[in-house]
Design a protein around this ligand. Structure first.
Ligand SMILES: Nc1ncnc2c1ncn2[C@@H]1O[C@H](COP(=O)(O)OP(=O)(O)OP(=O)(O)O)[C@@H](O)[C@H]1O
Ligand SMILES: [Mg+2]
Length: 578
């Protein structure tokens, strides 16, 4: 896990190493400074020649400047390395998620992926910054200061024998209790982030149902919960302060009383040494405190790192075969004893033993109640999911043998939950085919009955679509998505409830256009309205994951009770409009 993280440093290796070098320089000089200061004090005290005093003073100034420069440079290189690392991490995460199949995404959920790419990456960035700045500095300062103190202070250094174990135990206890508290805060943060995302995304629904107050309360509770946990964690960490002060005063009192006694009575130490010992004491205690903070930080971010690593190591469930077939010959489709489960753990199969032959160029309608697995059935064709059992063939070849891109270029699918992306209409349409000419675009839009409303926009094809397509109506969005799919010139075109927001007349015009202009394309139309599939060559009636019946409108009317019931419901009284 750590190895994969370090691999992400890549082009920021130099900055990372430089940081360590600067920190090393800073730490070494900082531990030398008290010794030199002690010399200076001794010289002044002993009335040594002015020249020596000035020289030592100048050396001290130079040391201070170099140490400051090292510290400043370390801060620069460190922030460069840490932000660089997080950039690379985000980049790798994003690239990995692009490889994911629908199944992989189902496993994580999209909002959890967003949290992992943002909050978790930030945590790791912060921890990395702490580690390269403090992780080396603190233990180094600790060791160097202890050595220097013993060399200089001799028996005075016994002050640390008492204080260091006391502090180590105290800080370890603080870490032990603070850590679980911080962990729980971070978990709750995730949940808060997810609820914010859900709320903002579903803002229109929230407003539509006047649920603002409820949502505000829900958010308020979650937020208050975090405040409580955070306060608890911070309170434990705040104990650092009194513990440190206690140790510091103990040290000072010890060094000052014992030191003064030694200086006055047996003259074994001088004032310079006493002052240096106090500085070393502070340095030792401070480095211990930083070490304990790093410990808490690192363990906390280990959670984030684990979550990032899960995404990076998740195996995409759909991969290209070794020797992929690079051409789809025609638009025929064969389901051979196909069964499908959304996950291995799922108790129920979403599709049960489906066998079906669809000749190329036919128009197929699919009808069935909600949850009868209509979408599930068609999602297998462009290999958005793989069959669990049986075989699914397109153009006579198992879909698993095709190059994924080739297959998906030949099978255009307008998803039930379709999306437009921020950009102009033309840009959105070119997702279907980057190189589409203007004529091809207008032709596709004419077929999808989108031309008429696009022409009414002041900027026409250059009209800017907001993120998620919020500035076009549901029916307009559906027609744009159909046009986008048509631009692929697919061998198979699948519309999953894609004209549900379009009026009956336009719906009919779209189907008529398909018949006239793309006769060779196999067209699969999932619809709620019988009118949308009535004139299809074959209609599939789905019921609870199985095919209840297949036939033409007339055949089904005479023999399928489900079909007859739907038809009668829609044609009687309210005219079948939703
Ligand atoms: N991503 C998924 N993960 C797990 N189960 C799913 C997933 N998508 C759908 N299902 C389940 O599979 C079954 C069939 O769903 P499907 O979306 O295919 O129905 P549908 O016929 O298209 O319904 P609708 O008319 O409402 O679109 C349902 O029971 C549903 O809960
Ligand atoms: Mg569906």
């Amino acid at each position: 896990m750590l190895k994969r993280l370090l691999a992400c440093i890549r082009e920021y290796k130099a900055a990372t190493i430089l940081t360590l070098v600067f920190i090393l320089g800073e730490a070494v000089i900082e531990t030398l400074i008290p010794t030199k200061t002690a010399d200076l004090i001794t010289f002044v005290n002993d009335g040594s020649p002015m020249e020596m005093v000035i020289r030592t003073g100048l050396i001290l100034t130079a040391m201070a400047i170099v140490s400051l420069a090292c510290g400043t440079l370390a801060a620069f290189t460190c922030s460069k390395a840490a932000t660089g690392l997080s950039k690379n991490l985000r980049h790798d995460l994003f690239a990995q998620v692009q490889k994911y199949s629908f199944q992989n995404i189902d496993k994580f959920s999209s909002s959890s992926l967003v949290t992992r790419m943002t909050t978790d990456v930030n945590n790791v960035q912060f921890a990395f910054m702490m580690i390269i700045r403090m992780g080396l500095r603190s233990p180094l300062m600790f060791i160097l200061s202890v050595i220097a103190a013993y060399r200089m202070g001799g028996s005075l250094a016994t002050a640390f024998v008492v204080v260091i174990p006391l502090l180590v135990v105290g800080l370890a206890l603080i870490g032990k209790f603070a850590l679980p508290a911080f962990r729980s805060v971070f978990k709750k943060y995730d949940r808060l982030n997810e609820s914010v995302e859900e709320n903002v995304r579903g803002m229109r629904v929230v407003k539509g149902f006047s649920r603002e107050e409820h949502e505000k309360e829900k958010f308020g509770r979650a937020s208050e919960d975090i405040r409580k946990d955070f306060t608890k964690a911070e309170r434990i960490v705040a104990l650092n302060q009194p513990l440190m002060t206690l140790c510091m005063y103990f040290d000072m009192v010890f060094i000052l009383t014992v030191g003064t006694h030694m200086a006055v009575v047996d003259r074994s130490v001088d004032i310079g040494q006493i002052s240096a010992m106090i500085t070393y004491g502070v340095q030792i205690l401070m480095s211990l405190m930083f070490l304990s903070m790093i410990y808490v930080m690192v363990t906390m971010s280990a959670e984030s790192l684990k979550r990032i690593d899960e995404v990076l190591t998740e195996q995409p469930t759909l991969v290209n075969p070794g020797q992929p077939v690079m051409e789809v010959t025609d638009g025929s489709i064969d389901f051979e004893n196909v069964s499908f489960k959304y996950s291995a753990q799922a108790k129920r199969s979403a599709l049960e033993n489906i066998s079906l032959h669809i000749p190329t160029g036919t128009t197929v309608g699919i009808l069935g109640g909600t949850g009868s697995s209509k979408s599930t059935l068609v999602q297998l064709i462009p290999r958005l999911y793989d069959v669990t059992e049986g075989t699914l063939k397109v153009g006579g070849t198992d879909v698993r043998q095709y190059d994924l891109e080739t297959l998906r270029d030949s099978v255009a699918m307008v998803l039930q939950k379709n999306e437009l992306f921020s950009g102009t209409i033309a840009e959105n349409l070119r997702w279907g085919n980057e190189n589409a000419s203007d004529e091809e675009i207008t032709h596709a839009c004419r077929l999808a009955q989108a031309e008429e409303f696009i022409e009414r926009f002041p900027d026409k094809y250059e009209t800017y679509i907001e993120q998620g397509g919020t500035n076009v109506s549901g029916g307009q969005k559906q027609r744009l998505c159909i046009a986008r799919a048509l631009l692929k010139k697919p061998k198979i075109l699948i519309l999953d409830d894609s004209t549900s927001a379009v009026d009956t007349k336009t719906d009919q015009l779209i189907r008529q256009g398909f018949r006239e202009f793309i006769p060779e394309t196999t067209k699969i139309i999932i619809a709620q309205r019988v009118a949308s599939v009535q004139d299809a060559d074959m209609i599939i009636v789905m019921d609870n994951g199985t095919i209840a019946d297949v036939g033409t409108h007339e055949e089904l009317l005479s023999r399928s009770p489900i079909y007859r019931e739907v038809f009668e419901q829609q044609t009687s009284g309210n005219g079948g409009e939703d």
